[in-house]
Design a protein. Structure first.
Length: 307
């Protein structure tokens, strides 16, 4: 069962005290004990606005407990900008740094430290921005979700919203350098496009607000005979180049993307010509033909690039 998330206005977690005996009453204190583990059977109350609430925490796997650990950890590790494969990630930290902090400050052994970090990952309190990892790795860089602008929703969770997601599938997508398969899903309610590594990714690589986006259709840049288009994010100005093997797939994507608010634009032809008669071409015999010779005549222009 997924842990219940604590409200943002929860100010502290304290051990439940015996109110009948003033000597045993305890002041609000950090929920995380010296060994980083709650004793079995202990009952904890959330203090909300200074008053006790009936919400109880008696499980070290609960979201309340883990979120408090994440908050302390965020204050303890050094957050800095790092670059991987020419891409910059802000406010990141190394998993080894987090484990060392838990070992030093919470008296955990290395196994307990990494187990705690895995729980933070499973609870969507931390993410791996570079590779969408689902298990902790000492060499990876990590971010706290509160520092991550991308919505932390998995592809599966998004697809489960069947009333919202109207179109999805795998396409060819241009990364920083190379083309590769990506999974994309349209949220018709939010008018947003979610781009994942695959349909099992725990979080998207990009989220595009289609109400601000523009679409440019251009000659295929990856493979001859394929069908490309580019989505330009109106907020970040980032270009997302996509490609499909069949024209019907391209049309389906473009139709659904424009229904979500993206404006469609043909690529500007920067030729300097104002009409067909300003151009020339090579005829079947290899001779240069000026199209101006056909001015005043009825002309039929036929695309024979594919047949």
């Amino acid at each position: 069962m997924e842990p219940t998330r604590a409200p943002s206005w929860a100010s502290a977690i304290i051990p439940k005290s015996d109110t009948s005996n003033p000597d045993t009453q305890q002041q609000p204190q950090n929920v995380v004990s010296n060994d980083g583990v709650l004793a079995k059977g202990d009952v904890y109350d959330l203090v909300i606005g200074g008053n006790e609430d009936s919400t109880q925490v008696n499980d070290p796997d609960s979201f309340e407990y883990l979120s408090h650990v994440a908050q302390e950890l965020r204050s303890g590790v050094r957050l800095k900008d790092r670059s991987i494969k020419f891409k910059k990630y802000t406010l990141t930290w190394k998993m080894q740094e987090g484990a060392n902090w838990l070992i030093k400050n919470k008296n955990m052994n290395i196994g307990d430290a990494y187990n705690t970090l895995q729980k933070l990952l499973d609870a969507d309190l931390i993410v791996s921005p570079a590779n969408s990892a689902t298990s902790v790795n000492a060499s990876d860089i990590w971010k706290f979700v509160v520092d991550e602008p991308i919505t932390a929703i998995s592809a599966k969770a998004l697809l489960d919203k069947k009333e919202d997601v109207g179109f999805s599938g795998t396409i060819l997508y241009k990364g920083n350098v190379f083309w590769g398969d990506r999974f994309m899903a349209l949220n018709n309610t939010e008018k947003k496009l979610y781009i994942f590594n695959n349909d099992k990714s725990p979080r998207p690589n990009h989220v595009v607000d289609l109400s601000l986006a523009k679409i440019v259709v251009a000659e295929c840049a990856c493979k001859t005979g394929w069908y490309c288009w580019t989505i330009v994010d109106g907020a970040s100005k980032k270009k997302h180049s996509c490609c499909t093997t069949h024209s019907k797939d391209q049309i389906a994507w473009l139709d659904n993307i424009t229904k979500c608010g993206a404006s469609f634009e043909e690529e500007d032809i920067k030729s300097g010509g104002s009409s067909i008669f300003d151009f020339s071409g090579i005829d079947i015999d290899g001779n240069l033909v000026e199209f101006s010779k056909f001015r005043g005549k009825v002309c039929i222009v036929t695309n024979i690039a594919s047949y």
